[in-house]
Every structure is written in structure tokens, then in C-alpha cells.
Design a protein around this ligand. Structure first.
Ligand code: CA
Length: 220
């Protein structure tokens, strides 16, 4: 899952990036509205956290322009505590949710999960073989037994489950895992897939490697 954070305040930038990274999302950052619009044109984001008070192009303008350009990525706007008007305008312009500053990071994370879930068709539980994946709690299990996965493994699993029975290229997995300023090598992807494959095998799930194309997750 790839999240774009649009925020100009360095302290808030830092805490948002830490929280989202710790939750296992790949992060890109834009410090002004102009840069945000440029990144949004490139596409590939699953969610946007958008501050409204931004230099160059303000957040409401970013929202308006992005939606006018056909961008349908879910967006959470960050508004001032007393910014009721902005909140209403933002929602009218196509924001999916809002948080008033100051907000708790725990609440933000919950809103992010809820929006991402909606983006996946609102399916809280996804299954394959005897594997069940809870997209809300981000937990994998086989029957009553939890399958222990690292955050990176979870990110790979989510990407493969989102395209169950279809090929996901190595580049797509790299995209999923590496945010702004982070490097993930093709070798690292192979390692994560290898570990995931071992852990999911008992649940009757296979991850096939298609040379030169990528990976495909399916029931055995
Ligand atoms: Ca701001």
C-alpha cells in the first residue's frame, strides 16, 4: 500500500511518516500543493493524506484539481480545529474523510485502514485456500492459528491478494514496498516472497514464480 502525505509542517511530516511507515505503508511526501499535484498525476497511490494549509497551491485546490483530472484515490484531509467550513468544502470537493488538528495518530491509522478497506471493495476478510486475511487488523490466519508475518511480508501478501490468480510483477512489489527515500532491491523482494511462500504453504496457498513476469498467488 502506497500512501502520499501532503504536509508542509516539518514536525507533522515527520510524525506522519513515522506512523505510516511503522504501520507498513510505503510513503511518498510532498511539501507543497504543486508537488502533490505532480505526484498525483503520476498515479499509483492507494491513499492520500492531505493538509489543507499548503504553500503554492492550497489543499482544497489540490483536491479540486486532482478530482477534475480524474484521480479517484481516497483522500483524508487535515483541517484546523475550527475549520468547519473547510471540512464541508473539502468533503464537497471529493475528500473521503477528514481529521481536525490536533489529532491522534492512532485515530488517523484507524481512518486510513477503513478507507483502504473501502477501496478494496469493503471486504474485511479475504481468503485463499485455508488462509484467511483480515484486512482491517492486517492479520493472517489458518483456521484458528495465527500466521506470524513481518510488516514487509504483510505488504507483499496484500499486494498478491489484491490480484489473486493474476500476475504481480516484481516492479509492482518494489513499488508497494519502497516509499520515498527507501530502497528495496529485487533480491529483497525474492527473500520476502520466499519466506511468505514457506509460511503460506501449510494453508494450501502457492506463490508461483513466472520467470520474467513476476509472481502469482493461488490455491494449490
Ligand atoms: Ca500546513
Amino acid at each position: 500500500m502506497r500512501v502520499l502525505i501532503v504536509e508542509d509542517d516539518p514536525i507533522l511530516q515527520d510524525s506522519l511518516m513515522r506512523a505510516m511507515r511503522a504501520a507498513g505503508y510505503a510513503i511518498d511526501l510532498a511539501g507543497d500543493g504543486d508537488l502533490a499535484l505532480g505526484l498525483l498525476r503520476g498515479g499509483g497511490f492507494d491513499l492520500v493524506i492531505l493538509d489543507l494549509g499548503l504553500p503554492k497551491v492550497d489543499g482544497l485546490q489540490v483536491l479540486r484539481q486532482a478530482r477534475a483530472n480524474g484521480c479517484r484515490t481516497p483522500m483524508i484531509i487535515l483541517t484546523a480545529r475550527d475549520g468547519i467550513e473547510d471540512r464541508v468544502k473539502g468533503l464537497d470537493l471529493g475528500a473521503d474523510d477528514y481529521l481536525a488538528k490536533p489529532f491522534s495518530l492512532v485515530e488517523l491509522e484507524a481512518r486510513v485502514r477503513a478507507l483502504l478497506r473501502r477501496g478494496q471493495g469493503g471486504m474485511p476478510l479475504v481468503s485463499c485456500g485455508s488462509l484467511t486475511y483480515d484486512t482491517v487488523g492486517r492479520r493472517a490466519s489458518m483456521g484458528d492459528t495465527a500466521i506470524e508475518l513481518s510488516l514487509r511480508e504483510i505488504s507483499v501478501l496484500e499486494a498478491l491478494l489484491a490480484r489473486l490468480g493474476k500476475v504481480v510483477s516484481k516492479d509492482q512489489l518494489i513499488e508497494t514496498l519502497c516509499g520515498y527515500g527507501e530502497e528495496v532491491s529485487a533480491n529483497a523482494i525474492e527473500v520476502y516472497v520466499h519466506r511468505l511462500r514457506k509460511k503460506l504453504e501449510p494453508a494450501g496457498v502457492t506463490i508461483r514464480t513466472l520467470r520474467g513476469l513476476g509472481y502469482l498467488m493461488d490455491k494449490m
